[in-house]
Design a protein around this ligand. Structure first.
Ligand code: GTP
Ligand code: MG
Length: 569
């Protein structure tokens, strides 16, 4: 496996401009020159460490520190410069991790060659040579002064209390939505760590499938990801076929002898089953591996300890890559899109409308589709329909996957900007009003045509899959979950309407605007919900509003978590 890593290093071009902001969708970024190292320390430097919700999201620049104290030499890099002025470190949930990117691919080989497999005492080590290393101080009882000078910039999401404070002190509801986006969106470092993690998994998968690639998709790259969101990975095996496509020998066509299985789905299940076993048995820091092979889209789920990411590995799921690209385009078209999607996702999470556990809940993906649809319905529209994006496409954009037309224009310059100037405040309110009164019983949401259509089936919520148009992406949503969404949407619209009239001008420490909407106590408590249902709607919401407004932010985060703003993805 180590030999394969070297081969991969040799076969990929160097990429000089890593420090530029990633535009990940168009970027096949593998990280052959990047390693992650865990620095075992007795204590962490004061004031420099803050981990958030179990994810590695605090990133610090430690490369200079390493260079300064000759850490490279100590660990056998032997003469290689540690980094091309571009080292990154990240605090993991088990200690301090430094991500180091080298100028020369050989540096990684050199590092691997100079690294020993630890002796384990009573346990045994699997001698897999990955690009994740432990750097142990030789004398842990005497940490060097350089270690305690490690500086870092925090990339964890702010605490619930801090977020609430920031929202309360914002100038306007528009400002609140933009603040939420700024505080929760993925940082450049976090995104890089996601690409690095994919490339580490690729190293393992390549033991069987040389030249495979593992790519991130979903919210890690579609611009709607929040700090702490999962890492969706796509194991791409198609490149393997392409390498040998034109190889002929005289009159003969040479083919690899391969194993045949009855269907594509069975092939996918078999591949993921074996890769799942490899991750479980040999993958450094890959824990809690679950093979979920009977799902509509089979996957392997696991936690990657060094990065702190919860990972979902799929294959044969190319349409999801296209969906991610489409969402990225929509997010980039108008600055209001991401701000609105982040707020709606946070609002839904705060009220337990979404969950990290699969079930009858609405998903973030569905919520994003609803926001896009709503923005297509504005007058004038803020976003174009998928059909119009298809009309603008040229030959290079043409894409058909498994018979499904996934063509849409990818050059943003070809899409005319919207003339709509509505504020985020208005859009937020109107979003809740629109879906609080939407005829879910008979209509389907459809971003391809951007208009309501008759539901083709009886699921409570029907959101047409944009590419596999006969499928409903929200088929799992139950009637009760949909009703909860509608109730909350109506109440949120009402609260925002009240804000117009009663907005407190002096007391900005009270939750108001978006902050008030994120307070879970509004309808989250079952007993409260029962009680309030008996009252007429307006009275109920008035009393709910009173209960929100009478609570200070401090109280909001301390009463058994019931009134805590949830920022989890
Ligand atoms: P997070 O909740 O932040 O993880 O959002 P996400 O967009 O990453 O969602 P998720 O991890 O559930 O799914 C990853 C990607 O898979 C999505 O972005 C979609 O591209 C795709 N996807 C998710 N659910 C569906 C579905 O029901 N149908 C289809 N066709 N694609 C889906
Ligand atoms: Mg995801």
């Amino acid at each position: 496996m180590a030999a394969r890593a070297v081969g991969l290093l040799a076969s990929l071009p160097l990429c000089a401009q890593r420090s530029q902001v990633l535009r990940p969708i168009h970027r096949l970024l593998s990280c052959p020159r990047t390693v992650a190292a865990e620095i075992k320390r007795e204590e962490q430097s004061s004031g420099s460490v803050e981990t958030g919700d179990g994810a590695v999201s605090s990133v610090c620049s430690v490369a200079a520190t390493h260079r300064g104290r000759g850490k490279g030499e100590e660990t056998g890099i032997a003469g290689e410069r540690v980094a091309c002025g571009h080292g990154r470190g990240a605090f993991g949930n088990r200690g301090l991790y430094a991500v180091v990117e080298f100028c020369q691919k050989e540096s990684v080989t050199s590092l691997q060659n100079g690294t020993r497999t630890p002796s384990m005492g009573t346990e045994a080590a699997i001698p897999f040579r990955s690009r994740v290393f432990n750097l142990k101080t030789k004398n842990p009882s005497n940490p060097t002064s350089e270690q305690s000078r490690v500086q870092c910039s925090i990339h964890a999401p702010p605490s619930s209390k801090k977020l609430l404070e920031l929202l309360c002190y914002a100038e306007s509801i528009d400002d609140q939505l933009n603040t939420l986006l700024k505080e929760l969106q993925l940082t450049e470092e976090n995104t890089k760590l996601r690409y690095l993690t994919c490339s580490l998994i690729e190293d393992i998968a390549a033991a069987y499938f040389l030249d495979c690639t593992v790519r991130p998709f979903g919210s890690s790259v579609n611009s709607f990801g929040k700090l702490g969101c999962d890492l969706d990975m796509f194991l791409d095996l198609d490149e393997i076929g392409k390498f040998s496509a034109n190889k002929t020998s005289g009159n003969f066509l040479m083919e690899f002898q391969v194993k045949n299985v009855p269907s594509e789905r069975i092939a996918t299940q078999k591949i993921l089953s074996v890769i799942g076993e490899c991750l479980d048995h040999f993958g450094p820091g890959c824990v809690g591996v679950q093979k979920i092979l009977n799902a509509r889209c089979p996957l392997v789920r696991f936690s990657h300890q060094a990065s702190g990411f919860q990972c979902d590995l799929t294959t044969n799921n190319r349409i999801a890559l296209k969906s991610s690209e489409l969402l990225y385009i929509y997010g980039a078209l108008d600055s209001r899109v991401r701000a609105l999607v982040f707020s709606i996702r946070c609002w839904a999470r705060a009220h337990s409308l979404t969950s990290s556990i699969p079930g009858s809940w609405i998903t973030n993906f569905s919520l994003t589709m609803m926001v896009i649809f709503f923005l297509q319905r504005r007058s004038p529209p803020i976003l174009p329909t998928l059909d119009s994006l298809k009309t603008l496409a040229d030959a290079e954009d043409k894409c058909v996957i498994e018979g499904h037309n996934c063509t849409f224009v990818r050059d943003l310059n070809k899409i005319k900007p919207s003339g709509n100037t509505e504020t985020l405040e208005l859009l937020l309110k109107e979003f809740f009003e629109y879906f609080g009164n939407f005829a879910f019983n008979k209509n389907s949401i459809n971003i391809r045509q951007g208009r309501e259509q008759n539901k083709p089936e009886s699921s409570p919520l029907h959101i047409q899959n944009p590419f596999e148009t006969s499928l409903n992406i929200s088929k799992n949503v139950s009637q009760s979950q949909l009703q909860k969404f509608v109730d909350l949407a109506r109440e949120s619209a009402w609260i925002l309407n009240q804000e117009d009239k009663d907005r407190p001008s002096s007391s900005r420490s009270q939750p108001w605007g978006l902050a008030a909407l994120l307070m879970p106590s509004v309808v989250n408590s079952a007993s409260l919900a029962k009680r309030v249902r008996k009252k007429p709607a307006s009275e109920r919401i008035k009393s709910l509003l009173e209960s929100i407004k009478s609570s200070s932010p401090e109280n909001a985060t301390s009463t058994n978590g019931k009134r805590t703003v949830s920022t989890q993805a």
